[in-house]
Design a protein around this ligand. Structure first.
Ligand SMILES: Cc1cc2nc3c(=O)[nH]c(=O)nc-3n(C[C@H](O)[C@H](O)[C@H](O)COP(=O)(O)OP(=O)(O)OC[C@H]3O[C@@H](n4cnc5c(N)ncnc54)[C@H](O)[C@@H]3O)c2cc1C
Length: 494
């Protein structure tokens, strides 16, 4: 018996779903993707986080070929500029800060050393941050070093990525249907079929809603409901505009705080992606466009493009026989580059809970929704932290600093503030290292440290930090320039 999966939408989410499902459901399933060229895609979304490499490798993609096809560059982290006043900067770099010593995390030693005047800024002990600031990149470190292999991600053109995955999925039998869905016919378990403008009807057992913000199936047909988080994440617009390269070919994303939001800068091979994410209650579209144009590295390429959104998520990402992925499932602003990752993790979860031929079990749906809610809420908290702990004088930022935050985040901040304790909860996305860098970067410096960090003498403590720093500086200086690595890959034959 062949079982039918219908994906509605051919943006990044739709083609990621088609690629992954066609890779893992080789036999017994038929996959159809419906998309409308006339409606088009969101067309932004360029920065990713390290798990994207696991997604690509699970598909068997060759990394260099992927880099060429999507005009990608490499990413070691995100630099935050101006979040604690103009001129202030710190990095949320991927990977560890410092080195483990016993059971106590590095930042406890760092905090004590800082109190004694023996330590530099925290970022000086992150390999990725140090390499990034020198515009250097490498995929590995020499064998024998005690430093962990540095994790990395990519900046890429999301439209080219979707096209790349489309070729992959179609080669594995995914059928693409061009057309506009005008109606969803209801069945016993949710959606029975979708009808296209042409009159054609596409039936399925399982539907994946990748139709973007409109949530054609999950919301319009099934009424999942939307949980609005805009009282915590007040930005509801983005003005996007690419520009020509000029200046540094940085292996990191930059997020610069502005008067009514923040600006992203994402270098690709052929252009720099830029966008101003802002609150429409504090800035008009024209003002945002002018501010963006005034803050580009190079010649603008095209006109500014405005996008509207609301922060939040569908109350249930899986309803009946329909699972929402991508923007159809909700939206969290791109401050920590998590949207494409949420498509990936939703797909992995779906494969783990794939319905058996006897039908869709209520317990499986409930578990999918429970895990999805947890994942989204923890990322939401991480984003809110950036707003809550920002120190700027403008009205948006003053309101954000004064807002009440979710208890889950308030507890985490209190625990950290006291003596630097922070824990990764269950399967939450961001690691202890990520939380530590952003908490300290945003000015929440622990008042004290773990008592075991006292076991080293002052000399030993100073020596430990100096050794770690020496290793980081030595190996990062040996990495080639990011620009040269990308040029070599981009120029090498396909
Ligand atoms: C301002 C902004 C910045 C972002 N930056 C990042 C980032 O840096 N990193 C990151 O990971 N993510 C980012 N994202 C998110 C990222 O762009 C999206 O998560 C990703 O592109 C997935 O989009 P999508 O496929 O869900 O939706 P879309 O791109 O909107 O695609 C929807 C698809 O559904 C189809 N469709 C809709 N209605 C119908 C219909 N009636 N009939 C047939 N087809 C239909 C459309 O034609 C299209 O193919 C950003 C998003 C925004 C808004």
């Amino acid at each position: 018996m062949t079982r039918d999966i219908v994906i509605v939408g051919g943006g990044t989410a739709g083609w990621m779903a088609a690629a992954m499902l066609s890779r893992f459901l080789e036999r017994g399933w038929r996959i159809t993707l419906v998309e409308s060229e006339e409606i088009g895609t969101v067309g932004v979304g360029e920065a990713t986080i390290p798990p994207i490499r696991a997604f690509n490798s699970s598909l068997g993609l060759d990394e260099d070929e992927f880099v060429r096809a999507t005009k990608a560059t490499f990413k070691l982290g995100i630099e935050f500029v101006g979040w604690r006043g103009d001129g202030h900067r710190y990095m949320h770099a991927f990977g560890p800060v410092g080195r483990e010593l016993g059971i106590v995390s590095f930042h406890h030693y760092w905090r004590r050393a800082r109190a004694l005047g023996l330590a530099q800024e925290l970022g000086a002990y992150s390999f990725n941050a140090v390499a990034a600031q020198q515009d250097r990149f490498g995929r590995t470190l020499p064998a024998g070093t005690s430093l962990a292999a540095p994790p990395y991600a990519f900046h890429f053109d999301a439209g080219l990525y979707a096209a790349f995955l489309r070729r992959y999925a179609e080669a594995r039998g995914v059928r693409r249907v061009e057309g506009k869905v005008v109606e969803a016919a209801r069945g016993d378990s949710g959606i029975a079929s979708v009808r296209l403008e042409s009159g054609e009807s596409v039936a399925g057992e399982l539907f994946i809603d990748c139709s973007g913000f409109r949530g054609l199936l999950i919301e319009q047909a099934l009424g999942a409901g939307f949980e609005d988080w805009s009282h915590w994440l007040p930005c509801d617009r983005a003005m996007a505009m690419p520009c020509a390269h000029s200046g540094g070919f940085t292996p990191y994303t930059r997020a610069t705080a502005r008067s009514a939001g923040w600006q992203w800068r994402i270098p690709l091979q052929h252009r720099i992606g830029n966008g101003y994410v802002y609150s429409s209650a504090h800035l008009s579209d024209d003002e945002a466009a002018a501010a963006l144009l005034a803050n580009l590295d190079g010649e603008p390429l095209g006109d500014p493009r405005a996008l509207r959104f609301a922060a939040g998520r569908r109350r249930s990402a899986w309803v009946g026989n329909c699972v929402a992925l991508g923007l159809a499932a909700g939206f969290l602003e791109p401050l920590e580059s998590t949207s494409i990752h949420l498509v990936q993790s939703g797909l992995v979860r779906l494969l783990q809970l794939l319905p058996s031929p006897s039908g869709i079990g209520a317990a499986e749906v409930a578990e999918y929704n429970r895990q999805t809610r947890f994942e989204w809420e923890r990322i939401r908290d991480f984003l809110i932290l950036h707003y809550k702990a920002t120190d700027r004088p403008e009205p948006l930022w003053r309101a954000a600093a004064a807002m009440e935050i979710p208890p889950s985040l308030a507890d985490r901040i209190s625990l950290f503030r006291e003596a630097g304790r922070v824990f990764r909860e269950g399967e939450e996305l961001f690691t202890e290292n990520g939380w530590v860098q952003v908490l300290i970067g945003q000015g929440i410096v622990p008042e004290s440290w773990h008592p075991l960090a006292e076991l080293l003498s002052e000399d030993e403590l100073g020596g430990f930090l100096a050794t770690v720093k020496r290793q980081i500086d030595h190996h990062s200086a040996a990495w080639p320039l990011h620009r040269d690595i990308v040029a070599r890959i981009a120029g090498s034959p396909a």
